[in-house]
Design a protein around this ligand. Structure first.
Ligand code: ADP
Length: 366
């Protein structure tokens, strides 16, 4: 059948609504039915009102909104085969054998696992009388396409993930606001931004805000960084600079792997330099607000391409992720992206930073 199920899963990010909207509109354009699966895998397992047919107007006016209007959740049952079996029956009942999953690496891994088990689960559902042999015949293969929603930009295989650009906007807005209040006084601000394994937000945020220093997980400061930092700030003060901005990624560490915290940096500036220093932890502000133009377009492009990829899928076509490489929308193998993303995390944990950065930048094209 040409019915598509679309859902958002795991942590939400700005631009997911644009992707959902594009899946619905492109689906209609190609003559498909599209179903919303509310609350991610939880809605798929629970069925009923959680799986509802989308209409043209049901996605009007959502592009501008942050978060995800169809809900997102984590789901224990879907981690077990039995939960996935119930989910499969719920999908087949509505004629759905095409899925667009919008989420992080966990959500994508779950979808791939589901796709691999699908034929076996259909046999089991037939044997237990939950589906007819005609239904099994009509839904033999589950096609899966993934879109990555993550503000950290920590996924391999795509230059940008949905939500990263908006999070950067939240960071620069916060720094700009702080800079205005601080102009009258001599001050320093230390901002903690998201990014446990990936310093993208901190690094790019620092470039865009004229920050004086940035701590990222991929590049622990060498040697006596405290002295180097204090000397640099003192030199800048000598040139007449009144405001200092320092960004610290959540996952920032020193040479020995010990976390570097915003609080610790603040203490250093207070004690050693006698600078009036404030800490701001941006936290969920970075996930908030309306999506940037970039994320609206990114979500829209990825959502439209996801439907095209589903319609091109033949029996045995592996699950893919829609990604941006250069300025092109491309399809890359889902499991290889997930596996490489895990390899990067493992390299980071082993503090093999060069390897992590190399793997993250490696193309999946050819
Ligand atoms: P994210 O997608 O943001 O990485 P999670 O890792 O929490 O978030 O995954 C979201 C949901 O995806 C989980 O609650 C679970 O239902 C499902 N999921 C994650 N990993 C698997 C897996 N290996 N097998 C089946 N389902 C999974």
């Amino acid at each position: 059948g040409n019915s598509i199920g679309v859902f958002t899963s795991g942590g939400d990010s700005q631009g997911m609504n644009a992707a959902v909207r594009a899946v619905v509109r492109m689906g209609f354009y190609l003559g498909c039915k599209v179903f919303f699966i509310r609350e991610g895998y939880q809605g798929m397992v629970d069925g009923g009102e959680n799986i509802v047919e989308a209409t043209w107007s049901s996605v009007s006016g959502i592009l501008q909104m942050g978060g995800t209007v169809i809900g997102s959740a984590r789901c224990k049952e879907f981690r077990e085969r039995n939960g996935r079996l119930i989910a499969a029956a719920n999908l087949i009942e509505r004629g759905i054998a095409n899925l667009v999953v919008i989420g992080g690496d966990g959500s994508l891994t779950g979808a791939n696992c589901f796709r691999q088990e699908w034929p076996g689960m259909l046999d089991e559902l037939l044997q237990t009388g939950k589906i007819t042999s005609q239904q099994r015949e009509d839904h033999k293969h589950l096609n899966v396409v993934g879109l990555v929603g993550s503000i950290d930009n920590d996924f391999c295989g795509t230059d940008m993930t949905i939500g990263t650009d908006t999070a950067l906007h939240r960071i620069i807005e916060a720094v700009d606001a702080i800079a205005t209040t601080a102009l009258r006084q001599v001050r320093a601000f230390v901002l903690e931004v998201m990014g446990r394994h990936c310093g993208y937000l901190a690094l790019v945020g620092a470039l865009a805000t004229e920050a004086d220093w940035v701590f990222i997980p991929e590049w622990p400061p060498e040697g006596d960084w405290r002295a180097t930092l204090c000397n640099k700030l003192a030199a800048e003060r000598g040139q007449g600079q009144r405001l200092n901005i320092i960004l610290v990624a959540e996952g920032a560490i020193d040479e020995n792997g010990k976390p570097i915290t915003a609080e610790e940096v603040k203490q250093l500036l207070c004690d050693k330099m006698k600078i009036d220093t404030r800490v701001t932890v941006l936290g969920h502000v970075q996930r908030g607000g309306s999506p940037s133009a970039f994320d609206r377009i990114l979500g829209s492009r990825m959502g439209a391409e996801a439907v095209l990829a589903l319609m091109d899928a033949k029996p045995g076509t592996p699950a893919c992720v829609i990604s941006i490489e250069g300025n092109s929308t491309v399809r890359v193998p889902l499991m290889e992206c997930v596996e490489r993303t895990k390899e990067v995390q493992a390299s980071m944990d082993k503090r093999n930073f060069d390897e992590a950065v190399r793997l993250r930048g490696k193309s999946f094209q050819n």
